[in-house]
Design a protein around this ligand. Structure first.
Ligand SMILES: Nc1ncnc2c1ncn2[C@@H]1O[C@H](COP(=O)(O)OP(=O)(O)OP(=O)(O)O)[C@@H](O)[C@H]1O
Ligand SMILES: [Mg+2]
Length: 381
């Protein structure tokens, strides 16, 4: 799980700071609470102007059938808002729907204002956006106090699970570049949409992988409409994840698409080094990945010392240098000096190597599901 900030979840780092919000959140929250939908009709009313993707309103009883009554061994993972279960929609449950595996994210029953808002943000954003690098939202449940999201099932789970797993084989260089490319295309699409969207919570646990390692962004709970007209930024409460959030956003609450670019740079660093953005188990000066790695990215001789040792040198040096320089520019403290996501996509294109060969060679795949979300790869006999 990510180091998210949320006030009601002290065991993780998700906290909000309202220091820069224009209105006291308690006043604003009280006002907005009354606007939050409490049933599917009200959700669809809210979606009327923006909805381009049809979403299914599931009943809670249907979700019990889909998830085998939320069985423990169906848990795929857990985050700041609750647990995610694997489920299966069978033909006889919903006529007209093909039988498909799904992921069911159940928001914990704390009924917090923020939890409901994030649930709704996801329904609204993923109900209007569709792109091969965004996870598909199939439906939702809004019944009594239940707030649930039903997504397409991503067989390989999150990049976090794959990159930092102790049981999976290390991700080869080609797959890391494929993930970086796919995730960049997802962010570029958001930033270039007719009504631009800032994702705000870009991190390895929010990038999911299908069987072919296609990367898709999930978790739009913190997404925000980008600035419009001649505005340069939107002012928000400071929400996000330590280790990924851009320094100027943390200091001022001013959010721009370049804040996502900074977080993208952190994820690229994680892919290069195999280290987590924050790791308390490392020596003090290495705990913050960006602080530790940034000065080394420009030094070609030192660079190779920080590349993930689990790759065992199996990478193209030129490609490593280019990806490292890209991360370096994304992490510029001056947001205006960071590249646009579109430039990043263009720079990553030539770094793509055919993944077919390496996927076949290193990880012919059998996926075994184990409790708590780790997907194990096993060599085919
Ligand atoms: N559509 C999906 N398909 C397969 N697995 C999923 C899907 N959505 C989520 N998961 C799994 O559930 C885990 C938890 O997701 P969740 O978004 O709730 O938490 P998180 O990203 O770890 O933390 P945060 O609350 O900070 O976002 C993911 O890391 C992933 O392993
Ligand atoms: Mg998440």
């Amino acid at each position: 799980m990510g180091n998210c900030w949320c006030g009601w979840e002290p065991s993780v780092y998700r906290v909000s700071s309202n220091a820069k919000s224009e209105q006291s959140p308690s006043v604003r929250e009280r006002k907005e609470d009354s606007k939050l939908p409490s049933n599917p009709e009200e959700v669809e009313d809210l979606r009327r102007d923006s909805a381009t993707n049809p979403l299914i309103a599931f009943t809670f009883n249907e979700l019990k059938i889909i998830t085998g009554n939320f069985r423990h061994d169906r848990v795929l993972g857990g985050g700041g808002f609750g647990s995610v279960y694997k489920g299966f929609i069978s033909e006889d449950l919903r006529e007209g729907l093909p039988p498909i595996p799904v992921a069911v994210k159940v928001h914990d029953g704390d009924n917090s204002h923020q939890g409901h808002r994030e649930w709704l943000a996801e329904v609204i954003f993923l109900g209007q956006l569709s792109h091969p690098n965004l996870v598909k939202l199939i439906g939702y449940c809004c019944e009594d106090q239940q707030r649930v999201l039903i997504y397409e099932y991503m067989a390989r789970g999150s990049v976090e699970n794959n990159l930092f797993s102790r049981v999976l084989l290390p991700l080869p260089w080609s797959i890391r570049m494929k993930i970086a490319f796919g995730a960049a295309k997802g962010l570029a699409f958001l930033h270039e949409a007719e009504k631009p969207v800032i994702y705000r919570d870009f991190k390895t646990s929010n990038i999911l992988l299908d069987l072919d390692y296609n990367a898709k962004l999930s978790d739009f709970g913190l997404a925000k409409d980008g600035p419009v007209g001649d505005k340069s930024h939107v002012s928000t409460r400071i929400m996000g994840t330590y280790g990924y959030a851009a320094p100027e956003y943390i200091m001022t609450g001013h959010l721009t698409p370049r804040s996502d670019v900074y977080s993208y740079g952190v994820v690229l660093l994680e892919l290069l080094t195999g280290r987590k953005s924050l790791d308390k188990s490392r020596p003090a000066r290495e705990q913050n990945l960006t602080d530790w790695a940034l000065p080394l990215l420009k030094e070609k001789k030192k660079l190779l010392n920080i590349i993930d040792p689990r790759l065992e040198g199996d990478y193209p040096i030129k490609g490593v240098n280019k990806a490292a320089m890209l991360a370096y520019h994304c992490l510029n403290r001056n947001p205006k000096a960071r590249p646009l996501m579109r430039d990043i996509v263009d720079s990553l294109e030539p770094l793509q190597v055919s993944t077919e060969v390496s996927t076949e060679k290193t990880m012919p795949t059998v996926i075994i599901e184990v409790p708590n979300a780790e997907l194990k790869r096993k060599e085919d006999a």
